[in-house]
Write a new protein. Structure first.
Length: 201
């Protein structure tokens, strides 16, 4: 089964880590994975994107517009730019983080609303799943990692993990174990973030 994922966000959110973990989990499951990370400006808030193609033994071309089975957007403005990549019938996972650039803060440029992004997703013929930043869980009084929360939603709430009756590519428990063993520090917070996203909490 071939499955293409397009990820976008801003620096500091851990977007590339989402792609790396999905790729690692796929390989552990015996699924070929090709990961193409692209970093924009190095500082926090700079544009970051990545492409992940699963189920292909050979490296192929980049994901074309209207070609991604799943688009993961972790910042509203960058997510709006990525709508053109989701295929009709695909899924769009949106974490509604707002990172206003200087021009927006100075009132010289508009910033998209959540409704505008979701309307564009619907117009593209895709299913939108919205993750509200206000619902991000906390651990010991601190917010859990955004990227692992979003990753949990990607595996637990989309066709990637078998939601909606689709054949699953990844197993929630297997990805959870991968996360638990990836870092020595913050294990409880990381696992909580992933499990909460997977459960839709």
């Amino acid at each position: 089964m071939k499955y293409d994922i397009y990820l976008v966000g801003v620096g500091g959110q851990g977007v590339l880590t989402i792609g790396e973990i999905i790729g690692d989990a796929a390989i552990q499951a015996g699924i070929p994975a090709n990961f193409y990370p692209t970093k924009g400006m190095a500082q926090r808030g700079g544009f970051v994107k990545a492409q992940l193609k699963l189920g292909r033994a050979r490296v192929g071309p980049q994901i074309p517009e209207r070609g991604a089975d799943l688009v993961i957007g972790t910042e509203l403005s960058e997510a709006l730019k990525a709508v053109r990549y989701v295929r009709p019938g695909g899924e769009f996972l949106l974490y509604g983080h707002v990172w206003e650039p200087t021009a927006v803060m100075l009132g010289k440029a508009p910033y998209p609303t959540r409704e505008q992004v979701l309307e564009q997703v619907q117009a593209a013929g895709a299913t939108a799943r919205y993750l509200d930043p206000a619902q991000l869980p906390t651990h010991d009084g601190r917010p859990v990692p955004i990227n692992l929360y979003v990753l949990g939603a990607a595996v637990g709430q989309t066709a990637l993990g078998g939601a909606g009756g689709h054949e699953p590519l990844l197993d929630v428990e297997s990805v959870g174990r991968l996360i638990a063993g990836r870092w020595k520090r913050g294990v409880e917070a990381n696992v909580l973030a992933f499990q909460a996203g997977a459960a839709g909490k």
